[in-house]
Design a protein around this ligand. Sequence first.
Ligand SMILES: CC(=O)SCCNC(=O)CCNC(=O)[C@H](O)C(C)(C)COP(=O)(O)OP(=O)(O)OC[C@H]1O[C@@H](n2cnc3c(N)ncnc32)[C@H](O)[C@@H]1OP(=O)(O)O
Length: 415
Amino acid sequence: MHPHIRSVAGSRVDSEAWLRAVFTGFLHPPDSLAETMELRLAKQDFERAIGAFDGDRCVATFRSFDQELTLPGGALTTANAVSGVTVTATHRRRGLLSRMMARDLAAAKERGHAVATLVAAEFGIYGRFGFGPAAGFTQWRILKSRAGLDPRWSLPEGEGTLAFIDGAEVRKLGPELHDRFRKGQAGAIHRPPLFWERATGEVRLDPGPWREPFHALYRDAAGVPQGLVTFTTDDTWEAGLPEVTATVSSLFATTPAAESALWRFLLAIDWVAAVDTGRAPTDSILPLLLPDPRAALVKEYGDFLWLRPLDVPGLLGERGYATAGRLVIEVTDPAGLAHGRFLLDASPEGATVAATARAADLTLDAGTLARLSLGEESAARLVAGGLVDEETPGAAARADLLFRTSRRPWCPDIF
Ligand SMILES: CC(=O)SCCNC(=O)CCNC(=O)[C@H](O)C(C)(C)COP(=O)(O)OP(=O)(O)OC[C@H]1O[C@@H](n2cnc3c(N)ncnc32)[C@H](O)[C@@H]1OP(=O)(O)O
């Protein structure tokens, strides 16, 4: 018999079974859920959580929720964020993910979302469902001894202030500061209250011991918070010498001055020999701050935020463009959600996107449109790689003038 897919919202028994299936699917030890079950039931949003049930056993999980995503130019769109996707190993490769995805994306389209978002566990899973990588990251390990920075540095007077703040202050000041940051960062998403509770240890959902992080706030010369870093340190000493690594879990700033002050601060802390940046923006200014940028070792460079266009006029019409131009884009989408030929008529004042019968300049699939939509990729590169067909000579170059942005998109948060 086919497992039955149903909503788990409003049912404690189903929600518990759903959480157990998520833990099994993500290979977390089964007993690690018991201590946080009540908290998860109270704190987690099950409104659009669905599960596949084989009898009363949940064997597949899927959840979506509304998420505010910043587009190039600063427009906000409410994305259909997808998370908690698992199919229990005993029931894999029987089409359960395909069924849950089709159901959720159809509902998202119906509700009017322009895009769905997710962070893909493995590259190979989501392309077939029309998702494509839209914003990546780079993780560096900065070797302080090689960076060439002045060891006497501390933030010059008059250039703002730095202060360690505790979790309660982070919960008070962080959300407003983060809102200002993420509205200026294409690819960034809003942080729900639970994010701040977890980041400061007020709510502990992860199994294992909690290690309280440090939080340092940068205020500008007028006293306005402009940047926040959260990091942990280890306790490594070798042969009497400190070899501590500071590991960043979050660093964001609303101004370049705040961003460089926070990186310089981390690299100036006594005992810290290396800074692990976590998932920083691909085009972070950090290596530029180092006299020897080779001291920034790339630990990982990868895709992170994936988008699934659901409404092409909604997605391309809402984002900003630095220049004026017209382009006819043919989007192929076997699922029929984003399929069509569209005329983009863009200018810095705004853009219109409408179905057209004109000949296409570029043909691409929905996942490839995701790669272009936030400015992550160049159309010329995608043509060269065989992902975009250039139907009109020079169309890729014209597309690049329109779609590319001066800074790369970045999504700092996993969800
Ligand atoms: C947003 C997030 O939550 S990311 C987390 C994703 N979850 C995980 O990685 C946890 C471990 N893995 C799993 O739970 C499952 O294997 C899933 C969810 C990835 C796939 O679920 P399934 O029900 O097995 O997928 P389904 O049977 O619908 O497969 C559809 C197609 O995708 C393919 N596929 C499924 N998983 C993968 C994968 N990991 N890599 C490549 N292809 C895959 C299948 O082969 C199938 O292809 P076909 O139609 O050509 O035969």
